[in-house]
Design a protein around this ligand. Structure first.
Ligand code: SME
Length: 154
């Protein structure tokens, strides 16, 4: 099984990497950084809320992905609608999971909330069953907080 990286170290590295306040540059850097540093991922990227109740594909690393995603659908939609992280051990067990890549098996989606407004979600996929542990969830949520703190998002 894949081991969790040192998220405290990754937080310091991400904080240093994000040296602009620009959302496009910082979100592109963040998903490239996660893809490099978190073992066992096949996709890492942002979906943005640019119109009500719909997520639009933003910067990502991995195969071309699904767009758009309504709030009513999929794991990303659930994270946006409920404003809660979704940690899915086996995506095949989720009825309305949206399969962008048939290889994906587990998924972690963290909402990005700024001043009580949903800016978007960060979506991570893995071909491994149960790749994301509670430790990974807490670690990735802490990295999202670094992204929010280093970026102008409103
Ligand atoms: N699996 C997601 C869709 C996005 S892709 O994984 C990149 C979902 O069910 O919302």
């Amino acid at each position: 099984m894949t081991h969790s990286p040192d998220y405290a170290l990754l937080g310091r590295q991400l904080d240093a990497l994000l040296d602009t306040r620009d959302w496009l540059t910082n979100s592109a850097q963040t998903c490239a950084f996660l893809m490099q540093e978190v073992p066992g991922l096949n996709w890492a990227g942002f979906y943005l809320q640019r119109e009500p109740e719909v997520l639009s594909l933003g910067p990502f690393q991995g195969k071309p992905a699904c767009h758009p995603i309504p709030f009513a659908k999929g794991v990303c939609g659930a994270a946006a609608r409920r404003r809660q992280t979704q940690r899915i051990e086996d995506v095949h067990a989720i009825d309305d999971h949206i399969a962008c890549d048939a290889a994906s098996r587990s998924e972690l989606v963290v909402p990005v909330i700024v001043n009580d407004r949903l800016w978007g979600v960060l979506d991570l996929d893995s071909p491994e069953h149960g790749r994301f542990t509670p430790t990974d969830q807490a670690g990735i949520e802490s990295l999202v907080r670094v992204f929010i703190a280093r970026t102008d998002l409103d």
